[in-house]
Design a protein around this ligand. Structure first.
Ligand code: CS2
Ligand code: MN
Length: 363
C-alpha cells in the first residue's frame, strides 16, 4: 500500500506540503489542475509547476485526481470527439511527467452530493452529511436557488458557471438512460485506454457518490455487478477502478471486501474512508475507525493486505475537528488520523504474517 494525500494546490488548500510531509508514510500527493475547465487540454507549464513544487517537498506526483470528463462525452453528443481528443492530449502530457494513475468519474452533471457540509456530531466535530428525503423530494432547479442563498451548501460540481447551465443540462439528459450512459462510457474508453496504455498510465474510474441515481439523472458506477460490466467494456489492465469505500459504502448492500478480492488486479488506486448509514437511508461521514461507521474498514484493509495490494491509497474525506477551518471533507487533522489508523491495521497484519512465517520455519 503506497500512501498518498490529496492536495488542491497553493492558494487553493488550507493544508501545506510541509504539513503533509509530517504525516508518517506519505510518499506522494494526489493532485489536479483545478482551474482548467473539463474538456480543455491541460497546459504543460502548469503541470510542470506542480511537479516541481511536489518534488521540492519530497513527494511524487504519480496520481492525478481528477481529469474531469466533459458533459458532451457523457451525453454522447457529436461534439464529444473534440473533448476526447483534448483528453488524450492531457493523458499524453501526464505520461511525459511520469504520472501512473488518472482518477476520473462518469457522473452526469454533479460530482459527490451532500445536503450538509458541516453537520455537527455529539462530540462537536462536523462532517459531510446526506439527508435522503431532502434530495429525493426536491426539484434540483429549486435546490439551486437554496444554494445561492446558503453558500455553505456549495459542492464540487455546483460551481456558479455550471449552475447557469443547469436547466439546459437537465434538458439534455432527459433522453439519456442508463444504457445510453453505458454506451457513451464504452465509446470514451475505447478511445482513451489505448493512449493511456501507450503512456503506461492506468485509468481508474471513481464510483458514483452516492451510488444511486439522483434528481432523475442516471448513475451507473454503483455496484459490484456494474463494475464487473465496466471492466469488460475494455478488458485491459489500463482500464481500472478507484475503489472508494465511502462512496460505495453509502449503500450497505455493497460488499467492498468481496469487490477487492474479485477486482484485485484492476484497482490501481484505493480511497479508504468510513460512513455511518442510518435506517432511513441518511448517512454521515465518520472517522476512519471501523467501529465509528458501517463500513468494515478493518476488513477492507485486510482484503488489500491479503491480495498483495501494491497500488496507491489515500484517506478520503475526513471530519472537521479541533476547530480546523478547511475545505469541506479535506482538512489536515482527521485525514492524518485516518492514515495512522490505516497504517496501524496494515502494520499489525504484517507483524502477524511474519510471526506465522517464523513459526513455519521453526517447525
Ligand atoms: C470525492 C470526489 O469521494 C471523493 O473522492 O472527493 O470529488 C472525487 O474526487 C471524484 O469524484 C473523482 O473523480
Ligand atoms: Mn472517493
Amino acid at each position: 500500500m503506497r500512501m498518498t494525500f490529496r492536495w488542491f494546490g497553493e492558494g487553493n488548500d488550507t493544508v501545506s506540503l510541509d504539513q503533509i510531509k509530517q504525516i508518517p508514510g506519505v510518499e506522494g500527493i494526489v493532485w489536479a489542475l483545478h482551474d482548467v475547465p473539463a474538456g480543455e487540454e491541460w497546459p504543460m507549464d502548469k503541470i510542470l509547476h506542480i511537479r516541481d513544487q511536489a518534488h521540492r517537498a519530497g513527494f511524487h506526483i504519480d496520481v492525478v485526481e481528477s481529469v474531469n470528463v466533459h458533459e458532451d462525452i457523457k451525453l454522447g453528443l457529436p461534439s464529444r470527439d473534440v473533448y476526447i481528443d483534448n483528453y488524450k492530449k492531457t493523458i499524453e502530457k501526464l505520461g511525459q511527467v511520469g504520472v501512473k494513475v488518472i482518477c476520473y468519474n462518469f457522473m452526469p452533471v454533479f460530482d459527490w452530493v451532500r445536503t450538509d457540509l458541516f453537520k455537527e456530531a455529539a462530540d462537536g466535530s462536523t462532517a459531510l452529511f446526506y439527508e435522503k428525503s431532502r434530495i429525493e423530494d426536491v426539484d434540483p432547479l429549486r435546490l439551486v436557488d437554496k444554494i445561492n442563498v446558503n453558500p455553505s451548501l456549495t459542492m464540487p460540481g455546483w460551481e456558479p458557471e455550471r449552475m447557469q447551465h443547469l436547466a439546459g443540462l437537465f434538458e439534455a439528459y432527459k433522453e439519456v438512460t442508463e444504457e445510453h450512459l453505458w454506451d457513451n462510457l464504452g465509446y470514451f474508453l475505447k478511445e482513451i485506454i489505448p493512449v493511456a496504455a501507450k503512456h503506461g498510465i492506468k485509468m481508474a474510474i471513481h464510483p458514483d457518490d452516492p451510488p444511486w441515481p439522483i434528481f432523475g439523472l442516471p448513475r451507473i458506477m454503483t455496484s459490484q455487478d456494474n463494475f464487473r460490466r465496466f471492466l469488460k467494456l475494455v478488458d485491459s489492465p489500463y482500464n481500472g477502478i478507484t475503489l472508494c469505500s465511502g462512496s460505495l459504502g453509502a449503500n450497505t448492500g455493497n460488499d467492498i471486501v468481496s469487490m477487492i478480492h474479485e477486482f484485485t488486479d484492476r484497482i490501481p488506486f484505493a480511497h479508504i474512508r468510513n460512513v455511518r448509514v442510518f435506517d432511513n437511508g441518511d448517512f454521515i461521514e465518520t472517522s476512519h475507525r471501523t467501529e465509528d461507521g458501517t463500513v468494515d474498514i478493518a476488513g477492507i484493509v485486510k482484503a488489500y493486505y491479503e491480495t498483495g495490494f501494491n497500488g496507491y491509497a489515500r484517506p478520503d474525506h475526513g471530519r472537521h475537528i479541533w476547530e480546523e477551518q478547511c475545505r469541506p471533507g479535506y482538512g489536515l487533522y482527521d485525514r492524518a488520523l485516518g492514515i495512522m489508523y490505516l497504517w496501524g491495521l496494515w502494520d499489525s497484519l504484517k507483524r502477524v504474517e511474519h510471526k506465522q512465517r517464523k513459526k513455519v520455519v521453526a517447525k
